[in-house]
Ligand binder design. Structure first.
Ligand code: URA
Length: 195
C-alpha cells in the first residue's frame, strides 16, 4: 500500500544521505574521528532526539548515545515501555570533537545541513533537544541561554514541536535533574502519541 511505498522512500533517502555523510571531510573533525556517527532508529518515528556530538564510545562504535549517558537515556525510554529502536537518535555534529571539547561554530555550521536533511526526511512531530547545546542550535538562541530557563517549554518550529531538556550526561552528575528530565520525556512521548 501507499504507506509501505513511503517507508521505502524515507529509508532510501536516509540511507543515501548516510552514505554521503559517512564519507564527509568538510571539517577538521574528519581528521581525528574513528567513525562518523550519523544517527539511528526508526525513520517513521514521531519522536527525534538530538544530542551534542559523539563521545568516545560513540566514536569507536559509530552509534549515537551508546556510552554511559546513552545507557541512561535508554533506561529512561524503557521506563515508559519504549525501546530505543522506536525513536530516532542523532546529534548536532556527527564526528567526535577531540577530548570531547565543544563543537566549534564553524563545525556546527558545516554539519548542520545534514541534521536539517534528517529532520526533513523523518518529519518527526516532536524533537527533544538533549542539553543546552542542541537546544541553542536548533532554536537559534543566544550562546549563553541557560538550559534551566528553557527546558520543558514547547517551541513551535515549522511543523515541529521542539522541547529542550537536560543532557543525560548532566543527569549523571546531577541526579536532581532526573525528575524534570522524566517529565519532559513524558510530555514528548505523549505529543508523539507513543504513550
Ligand atoms: N553525548 C551526546 O551528546 N551525543 C552522543 O551521541 C553521546 C553522548
Amino acid at each position: 500500500g501507499k504507506e509501505n511505498i513511503n517507508i521505502e522512500n524515507d529509508t532510501d533517502e536516509l540511507e543515501k544521505l548516510k552514505e554521503k555523510v559517512l564519507k564527509c571531510k568538510k571539517c577538521r573533525l574528519a581528521e581525528t574521528r574513528h567513525n562518523v556517527v550519523f544517527g539511528e532508529g526508526n525513520p517513521k518515528t514521531n519522536l527525534m532526539f538530538i544530542g551534542e556530538a559523539p563521545g568516545e564510545q560513540e566514536d569507536l562504535q559509530g552509534r549515537p548515545f551508546v556510552g554511559r549517558a546513552g545507557q541512561l537515556l535508554t533506561r529512561f525510554l524503557n521506563l515508559f515501555g519504549i525501546e530505543r529502536e522506536r525513536v530516532y537518535i542523532t546529534n548536532i555534529v556527527k564526528c567526535r570533537p577531540p577530548k570531547n571539547r565543544n563543537p566549534q561554530p564553524d563545525e556546527i555550521k558545516t554539519c548542520y545541513p545534514y541534521l536539517n536533511k534528517q529532520i526533513e526526511i523523518i518529519k518527526p512531530k516532536v524533537i527533544l533537544c538533549l542539553g543546552a547545546f542542541a537546544a541553542r542550535t536548533v532554536l537559534n538562541l543566544p550562546e549563553k541561554t541557560p538550559i534551566s530557563k528553557i527546558r520543558g517549554q514547547e517551541f513551535k518550529v515549522k511543523d515541529y514541536i521542539v522541547i529542550p531538556t537536560f543532557h543525560p550526561a548532566y543527569l549523571l552528575r546531577n541526579r536532581r535533574g532526573e525528575t524534570d528530565f522524566q517529565r519532559d520525556l513524558e510530555v514528548a512521548l505523549r505529543i508523539a502519541g507513543m504513550i
